[in-house]
Design a protein around this ligand. Structure first.
Ligand SMILES: CC(C)(COP(=O)(O)OP(=O)(O)OC[C@H]1O[C@@H](n2cnc3c(N)ncnc32)[C@H](O)[C@@H]1OP(=O)(O)O)[C@@H](O)C(=O)NCCC(=O)NCCS
Length: 151
């Protein structure tokens, strides 16, 4: 597994992984714009092919995971954990004292990943995700204390 800090040149690879991981993916220009923005950083994991992506914002002492996704063929091999661990380290270096993320309440795999890293549930956003014909789904808000967590 090769994990590297992402640059705007990685936008095509990141968009290709995102399209495999999400029903409503971000495109190349989304990634390019984000990676050119102040306070935003990302990581890309590649195997033979791009396998996992993460984008994080760290501003004013707070970090937020904006997206993390792993291609289905690369899951359950530690890629998501490696991306999150890298983001936690980089957020600390950027001076963040806490990290937040939102996750679909029904996304048990992602919640397990985050809880394993020490994230705790701090809130619920009712109807946060639009699932089209399936209606709306609630989002859990999760927080990690970066000043005391061991990761
Ligand atoms: C959630 C996601 C990022 C996990 O990536 P991954 O590379 O498969 O995760 P890892 O292999 O690093 O898993 C680390 C740990 O997290 C937990 N975990 C991850 N996926 C899990 C699943 N489907 N079911 C249960 N636990 C899971 C396990 O504890 C796992 O450790 P283990 O494999 O030793 O049991 C990936 O499934 C994904 O991209 N899903 C679609 C997009 C998504 O939901 N993104 C998150 C939105 S908030």
């Amino acid at each position: 597994m090769n994990l590297a800090a992402a640059t705007p040149d990685d936008a095509p690879a990141m968009a290709s992984v995102h399209a495999q991981a999400f029903d409503t993916p971000w495109d190349e220009s989304d990634f390019e714009g984000l990676l050119e923005s102040q306070g935003i950083f990302g990581f890309l994991v590649s195997d033979e092919d791009p396998a996992g992506v993460l984008i994080c914002r760290a501003v004013g002492g707070e970090a937020e995971i904006l997206t993390v996704g792993v291609a289905p063929w690369a899951r359950r091999r530690g890629v998501g954990l490696a991306l999150m661990t890298a983001a936690i380290g980089a957020a600390r270096v950027a001076g963040a004292g806490e990290m937040f993320l939102e996750v679909d309440v029904d996304n048990g795999g992602a919640v397990a990943l985050y809880e394993g890293l020490g994230f705790v549930r701090t809130g619920l956003r009712k109807g946060y995700y639009d699932r089209g014909a399936a209606g709306r789904a609630d989002a859990l808000v999760m927080r990690l204390d970066l000043t005391s967590a061991a990761h």
